[in-house]
Design a binder for this molecule. Structure first.
Ligand SMILES: [Zn+2]
Length: 266
């Protein structure tokens, strides 16, 4: 889950030392595999909720976000995820779900949207597909436990079982506006906040896919999943960087002992 909570709690010396990079993080993250599986052949399906995504601004943002999804398989960040045994996620399609979006979306809504999409396709579903539901401006995302995108949450990922008992993987992404009220305002640009959030959730979805039904895979007992480490340990401005024109969140590397969007060359 991409949640800003905890940023305010960080002590200043921790920030400085992590930011400097030389001394290494004061709180050493340590991701461990708790026994769950990872996704070795994931794929990405993009679902844009509401007609906003067909407006001039929305279509331009959608093109940028789809560009990130299309190139994600080739992104250097795959070299970080491979350290945890996850495979590169290939792009598998994009769709606008036309009509008026609900004002509030929770995990139940996301499940319904994803299953409706799966039924429409009438094909054998890729068992490692991650369905990413992107909300339009102003729509509030809730996690069902009292946290919403009005309280610093930009998105989450999860899993559920379909009628045949097979897992379905999803991510839900709030539209993080430049005003900073909904989601997280990283740099004033919604498209960048959205690709940062997607990169966070996809990294978690491939290294800890079965969170809601089978149990945990890669996890740090104190700090959370792979995406949660940088966002709680680094200043917001240092938690992401641009890679090939797309803003991505840094991930913790056990091997390189640092936050990175590309592995150290050895
Ligand atoms: Zn997270």
């Amino acid at each position: 889950m991409l949640l800003r909570a905890g940023l305010e709690r960080r002590a200043e010396p921790v920030r400085a030392r992590v930011g400097a990079g030389a001394a290494g993080p004061a709180i050493a993250p340590n991701l461990k595999n708790m026994g769950g599986k990872v996704l070795t052949r994931p794929s990405l399906s993009m679902l844009y909720l509401g007609s906003y995504w067909r407006t001039e601004r929305g279509a331009s943002e959608r093109q940028h976000i789809d560009g990130f999804a299309r190139t994600y398989e080739q992104s250097p960040v795959q070299g970080v995820l491979a350290q945890y045994g996850a495979g590169p996620a290939r792009f598998a399609g994009t769709r606008v779900i036309d009509g008026v979006a609900p004002r509030f979306v929770n995990r139940g809504t996301v499940r319904e949207l994803v299953m409706d999409h799966v039924r429409r396709q009438r094909l054998d579903r890729d068992p490692q597909r991650i369905y990413s539901v992107l909300l339009p401006p102003g729509v509030i995302l809730g996690d069902g436990q009292g946290t919403t995108s009005l309280k610093g949450m930009a998105g989450y990922h999860g899993s559920f079982l379909d009628h045949a008992g097979r897992p379905v993987y999803y991510a839900a992404i709030a539209y993080s506006g430049s005003l900073g009220r909904n989601g997280i305002n990283f740099n004033g640009r919604a498209r960048d906040a959205i690709t940062v959030t997607l990169s966070h959730e996809w990294a978690e979805a491939v290294t800890d896919p079965d969170v809601e039904h089978h149990g945990t895979a890669w996890y740090d007992k104190r700090l959370g999943e792979i995406g949660d480490l940088a966002i709680t340990q680094l200043p917001l401005q240092q938690s992401f960087e641009f890679v090939n024109g797309y803003a991505q969140q840094k991930l913790w590397s056990n091997r390189d002992q640092r936050y990175e969007t590309a592995p150290l060359r050895r």
